[in-house]
Design a protein. Sequence first.
Length: 159
Amino acid sequence: MRCPYCGSEDTRVSDSRPVEENNSIRRRRICDACKRRFTTYEKIETIPMVVIKKDNNREPYDRSKIEGGILRACHKRPVSINQIKRVVDEIEKEIFDREDKEISSSEIGELVIQRVHTLDPVAYVRFASVYREFKDVSTFMEELGKLLEQENGRARKKK
């Protein structure tokens, strides 16, 4: 590493520590020539994930969109911010563990809807009503019927 003060290439690391949730490393360095200290940051270079929208436009992946959708669905429900954060982390891990660096918005929506279903049934219905774009009351009622069948099945298993 070249010293930013004197330009010497004779520098050494005096201290290293992880930063940004272990996504990068902060290094304190000392120049052997001029004895001045400076800080550098190392970050893993990744290929950004691209989301393919319904209209085939592409845009960079944005975690806040997933968080926002789940937060709106869970509004005034007994779901903690930590639970939401954990679910978003799980979804994000699944997205980034893929080989392909492009994912359709519908694939992300399916991942979200599966996870929201485990969080809260009302939040699930709220999210599904927006995500699945119910055209009329009958399709909305069909989805509610499926949810009630699942809930009744779980209740029978607990007995």
